[in-house]
Design a protein around this ligand. Structure first.
Ligand SMILES: *[C@@H]1O[C@H](CO)[C@@H](O)[C@H](O)[C@H]1NC(C)=O
Ligand SMILES: *[C@@H]1O[C@H](CO)[C@@H](O)[C@H](O)[C@H]1NC(C)=O
Length: 207
């Protein structure tokens, strides 16, 4: 009971920390004020500069340039969708691995924790996408409250992914399995971090 309680407090503190460190990013403020971009790929490249993993950001989003155009809302929405899709694939992969034979009990336990954390992160990303889609429907919404919820859920998703990948840092796993699983989760976490930065940028422009 006590450990579950403190785990939740820790998660909440981490989320607050993540949100505050992203919200006051000065590079996001700077790029809002520069001249308008000419093409969609130009827009995506510039927007991705405000993220922590700009190359991954550009590579994962430029293939959707025709849909994104130069809309910060569509950019953030697409980033969330790309992240969800990657989180779902990774979640299935982990579930497959966790069911495979030949895992030591400690490996199976770490894998099971990770599957749970990733599934929470998938739910949180789904909730954010659902909320994001409401921006197009009707005028009866409070943007600040909704974008705040989205930021909180995406931060929570990132925390869950990091908790999962931290579980693989120890000596629990055999080397090869650990490397495969970690690289997948790290990729999801980097996509999530980028999506959060783009959401924060959108919030800043809109607000
Ligand atoms: C993201 O996915 C949802 C659900 O599939 C879809 O309705 C929405 O249009 C997508 N958003 C973008 C920006 O592509
Ligand atoms: C998980 O296993 C199923 C059934 O064996 C397979 O069809 C699927 O491609 C696997 N998915 C991943 C992401 O490894």
């Amino acid at each position: 009971m006590e450990s579950i309680f403190s785990k939740h407090i820790l998660k909440f503190l981490l989320i607050s920390l993540i949100i505050s460190s992203y919200t006051f990013s000065t590079s996001a403020v700077r790029s809002v004020r520069s001249a308008p971009p000419k093409t969609s790929t130009d827009f995506i490249r510039r927007s991705c500069r405000a993220t922590t993993y700009p190359r991954l950001c550009y590579n994962s989003l430029s293939i959707h340039a025709s849909k994104i155009q130069t809309s910060p809302q569509l950019l953030a929405g697409t980033a969330l969708n790309v992240t969800l899709s990657s989180a779902k694939t990774t979640s299935t992969m982990l579930l497959n691995l966790s069911l495979s034979h030949g895992l030591k009990p400690r490996e199976a336990a770490a894998m099971k924790d990770c599957v749970e954390e990733l599934s929470e992160s998938v739910d949180e990303l789904r909730d954010s996408i659902g909320e994001m889609n409401k921006f197009n429907k009707g005028r009866n919404y409070n943007f600040k409250i909704m974008i705040n919820d989205i930021q909180t859920w995406v931060s929570a998703a990132l925390t869950d992914e990091n908790t999962c990948s931290d579980g693989f840092l120890g000596h629990t796993m055999n080397g090869k399995l650990k490397a495969v699983v970690r690289s997948q989760i790290v990729n999801v976490a980097q996509l999530t971090s980028n999506a959060l930065a783009l959401i924060n940028k959108y919030a800043l422009i809109h607000g």
